[in-house]
Design a protein around this ligand. Structure first.
Ligand code: GCU
Length: 680
């Protein structure tokens, strides 16, 4: 049965005509290897399984090429045949690869080559992807290397197996039984990640327990690292800043204390004894009640450097999060991270990378790009996307996040003139950084299908693909994913693509249209709560964000308001500050406008708001209908679960619309526009 477990590692037989074309091209597998190489073994296992499944014929394994239809997977060091070809591998770095149709000693076949076994691994998965997407092997000539160095999943997994903002069951890390029992799922997790180029994983929640750094848990993390290593995946841990006090017996965690520095140095040495290729720490400090350097009057750079110095001799990095906003700070929450961090530019050690959420608030359905991108030229900044949909309907609603990632990555910061995209900030090219990274807060759990729904898998997938190449379009990735996940039936592809590409905007429309944000119910963030205004911390109240009253709605972030626009480069600031140029998508993020403000559509703002809610509901219904039309083309199990979830979404889109409009109408006191849908 199709239960979704296989993700993009599905290798069912291809259509007969396609299979017949491929078979002569993939008869023999040649992978010269030394006994000791777990990565090469993993490659062989995957290719045998993949090619064997897709073509319904196992390739023969050969030591040397003996005929046509070979796939040679080798580095120049491991194969004389590869060496003889003099492939241009220099530019491919440690992880890139080349896939090329070629003739060797008179035999025709395909070569996958790279500078390292990791490159071969990625190249082999790419070869399988070519088959899964029915791409021609004749004349194939692919050269690619990742644009970003650290491509990391962040698991917000707790040691009791609960998952913060996780909607797909419990943590897949079975801490209790680790390190003795190694669930085969860990290997499948590593395969799935390697297939899309993810090369790191932070195992535990950013709201970290110091216990994760104790020997008991280090042994467990080490066992996972051993499983992941052949797949090129490094393990990282979230570190709790107060660990020296909590598990170290010190009476301070002050970065200026030499006892504290010594403690972290020794802790790092200990960790590297367990995990020789440990990646480093992810740290949430002085944020939402977490301990941090500011508890001792020190700044974020002093805190980050404390840990960085401990990791430095071992080659580890610190990913220091910029998700900060302070209790009782009257400054617009959207401005606080920038205010805290930008003055520290140049003060971070060279193995620190600052991890910045895509937008300045918190993973809302739509936000402008974070103003820190481009604003700290001397500091490497990495992107933090959320894959799990905390504010977009959890695992139940369909929202393909590719278009949202694309929008952010392609946004122009103008930091060094036009064309200074966010992608160029995080790939290091804009300011010449070699340490580069991107993180995705995982949507992975113990559910059979890993992510709570088939379509949620696409968000994990697109994260990995765009992390490798931030210039990819959401559409091309969605097309690959649909082919791999379902089939290449043209009707399915067209409808599926339509659904995926419309889905994010649909959610924006029925939850937070026109640049509104943070209207979700308190605590769990599922469902509407725009009326909430009495929470102790003002910036947790939806009313703080929408500022709706009798006269109008929206957050004035222009010079007349919080002046958050000034944190962007002048060209961007001018656009955001202009009601006419900012665009509908972020209008109320930056502007407080009267209800009768005229919109380009000819409606006034109130009518437009209602229209957007209606449009969102209509889109959710369209998703449901489109899916229904695909029933004959999809296996019953995945069809049915998806259909049921889409029914939930269509119902809840109305809930969002009706509750939100009812509330906003109670403050605007305006009539519902004629022709808008009546609440049910
Ligand atoms: C959000 C989320 C929290 C999480 C925090 C973070 O605020 O609701 O659960 O801990 O982000 O990113 O640290």
């Amino acid at each position: 049965a199709e239960d979704g477990y296989d993700l993009w590692l599905r290798y069912p037989p291809l259509e007969k005509d396609i299979r017949d074309q491929y078979r002569p091209q993939l008869q023999r597998l040649v992978i010269p290897k030394s006994e000791q190489s777990p990565t090469l073994k993993a490659i062989e296992r995957e290719l045998v399984r993949g090619v064997g499944g897709l073509l319904e014929r196992r390739p023969v394994i050969e030591e040397r090429i003996s005929g046509d239809g070979f796939v040679l997977v080798a580095t120049p060091q491991s194969s004389r045949d590869v060496r003889a070809q003099n492939f241009p591998l220099k530019a491919l770095g440690e992880e890139g690869y080349l896939i090329r149709a070629t003739t060797i000693r008179g035999h025709k076949g395909t070569v996958v080559t790279a500078n390292s076994e990791r490159g071969l691994l990625y190249g082999s998965f790419h070869l399988l992807r070519l088959l899964q997407t029915r791409s021609a092997l004749e004349g194939v000539n692919i050269e690619t290397r990742p644009q970003i160095g650290l491509r990391v999943l962040n698991h917000w997994d707790n040691l009791d197996r609960s998952v913060e903002r996780g909607y797909a069951g419990q943590s897949i890390w079975d801490w209790w039984n680790l390190p003795d029992i190694l669930d085969p799922r860990y290997t499948d997790y590593a395969r799935a990640n390697a297939a899309i180029g993810v090369n790191g994983t932070v195992l535990n929640n950013v709201n970290a327990s110091a216990d994760s750094l104790t020997p008991r848990y280090l042994a467990k993390a080490a066992a996972l690292a051993d499983v992941f290593r052949p797949y090129g995946i490094r393990v990282y841990l979230s570190a709790r800043f107060s660990a020296p006090v909590e598990i170290g017996g010190l009476d301070t965690a002050d970065p200026k204390s030499s006892a504290v520095q010594r403690w972290w140095n020794e802790k790092a040495e200990e960790i590297y004894r367990y995990i020789p290729d440990f990646g480093g720490f992810l740290v949430k400090a002085n944020s939402e009640g977490q301990p941090g350097p500011q508890d001792y009057g020190r700044n974020h750079a002093e805190g980050a450097n404390l840990l960085a110095r401990a990791l430095k001799p071992h080659g580890g990095v610190v990913m220091w999060r910029a998700f900060v906003y302070q209790q009782d700070n009257p400054e617009d929450r959207a401005k606080q991270a920038y205010s805290d961090f930008v003055p520290l530019d140049g003060q971070f050690d060279d193995n620190v990378i600052v991890q910045v959420k895509n937008g300045p608030i918190d993973f809302q359905p739509r936000e402008p790009f974070h103003p820190m991108f481009g604003a700290m030229p001397k500091t490497p900044l990495m992107m933090e996307f959320q894959i799990t949909k905390e504010y977009l309907g959890f695992a139940s609603h369909l929202a393909y996040l590719g278009p949202m990632y694309e929008e952010v990555l392609r946004a122009d910061t103008f930091a060094a003139g036009p064309g200074s995209t966010v992608a160029k900030v995080i790939d290091g090219s804009l300011h010449g950084h070699r340490l580069t990274g991107i993180a995705g807060v995982a949507n992975i759990g113990s559910d059979r299908d890993w992510s709570g729904s088939t379509f949620n898998q696409a968000n994990w997938y697109v994260f990995g693909r765009m992390a490798w190449d931030p210039r990819l379009s959401a559409e091309e990735v969605a097309r690959d994913w649909l082919k791999i996940t379902f089939s290449d039936n043209p009707v399915l592809l067209e409808t599926g693509l339509d659904m995926m590409l419309a889905s994010h905007q649909a959610v924006v429309d029925y939850m937070t249209p026109l640049g509104l944000a943070h209207l979700m119910a308190t605590g769990h963030h599922y469902g509407p709560g725009p009326w909430v205004s009495d929470l102790a911390r003002p910036e947790w109240n939806p009313a703080y964000y929408h500022r709706a009253d009798k006269y109008g709605i929206g957050f004035d972030r222009t010079r007349e308001g919080s002046n958050a626009v000034a944190q962007y480069a002048p060209a961007v600031a001018a656009r955001f500050a202009s009601r006419n140029d900012v665009g509908d998508g972020l209008l109320l993020w930056f502007h407080h406008l009267p209800w009768d403000h005229p919109m380009p559509s000819g409606r006034d703002l109130w009518q437009e708001l209602v229209h957007r809610y209606d449009r969102g509901v209509a889109s959710a219904q369209a998703l449901q209908n489109q899916w229904r039309s695909l029933e004959p083309l999809i296996d019953p199990e995945r069809f049915d679960k998806t259909a049921r979830l889409l029914a939930v979404q269509a119902r809840e889109a109305k809930w969002w619309r009706d509750a939100s409009i009812a509330y906003f109408q109670s403050v605007s006191k305006r009539e519902l526009p004629r022709g808008s849908a009546k609440p049910e």
